[in-house]
Design a binder for this molecule. Structure first.
Ligand SMILES: [Zn+2]
Length: 240
């Protein structure tokens, strides 16, 4: 792999040969400085520098959304074609078709389209995804990519069960619930008010309209940070 230092030297040569507008001295100094910076940082010896670009908790929530795309969204076809290891990804469709997906060991992006931008008239799920799936299945035959692991949950993530109707914390009375991940501290704090177990019922045949009339549950629960927006976004991702 080419290191940063030779790249800087190549850049220096290119600038030398092309610059004919009196800026040569200044550009030369800039490039010399950059070369010195690269040398002193040691990056030319150790390869590219890796650094966190996103809060790991936020990154995990995004990975979790993209895993759902493969479980129940537009990329579920990859599972139907026998690609079983933990993975996440997203289809894209405009006049062409895309699929970008990854495991813990390998990322692959597939684009299918025409060079002259003609309409492909085929969604990413039907154009790019099958190619991605076949490529990744073959990649799994290589030892470098075989050991795809579950995406690790970082510290500071809370997993809670929510009521599918109220999006509040599920109670044993809730007919439909689902697990959801949050940045710890931003998860809903209130139990489901639609299916509360010990709700006093002064009026016979209490309905949700009666519940709304009570002073206690009348107020809408505070919106947890990011939660509903992320949940809605996850729904969008599944449908696209
Ligand atoms: Zn409920």
């Amino acid at each position: 792999m080419q290191t940063v230092l030779p790249e800087a030297q190549t850049y220096l040569k290119a600038r030398k040969s092309k610059d004919c507008h009196g800026n040569h001295r200044e550009n030369q100094q800039q490039v010399d400085q950059r070369t010195r910076d690269v040398k002193s940082s040691g990056r030319d010896r150790n390869g590219p520098e890796a650094r966190p670009a996103l809060d790991p908790r936020v990154a995990y929530l995004m990975v979790n959304l993209l895993e759902e795309v493969m479980r129940s969204g537009t990329a579920a076809g990859a599972r139907a074609r026998g690609f079983r290891v933990p993975a996440a990804g997203k289809t894209g469709t405009s006049h062409d078709g895309w699929f970008a997906g990854f495991t813990s060991e390998l990322l692959c992006v597939v684009w299918v389209g025409f060079d002259d931008n003609r309409q492909l008239n085929l969604e990413g799920a039907k154009s790019a995804l099958p190619i991605w799936t076949e490529f990744m299945k073959r990649a799994l035959e290589h030892s470098s990519y075989r050991d795809a692991k579950k995406f690790p949950v970082p510290a500071g993530i809370a997993r809670v069960n929510l009521c599918s109707e109220s999006l509040q914390l599920a109670t044993p009375e809730c007919p439909s619930t689902y697990p959801e991940y949050f940045v710890d501290g931003s998860q809903p704090a209130e139990e489901c008010q639609l299916h509360a177990a010990s709700q006093p019922t002064p009026d016979a045949g209490g309905s949700s309209a009666d519940l709304r009339g009570h002073p206690g549950p009348a107020e809408a629960p505070p919106t947890p940070i990011g939660n509903r927006r992320l949940s809605t976004h996850a729904q969008d991702l599944r449908e696209r």
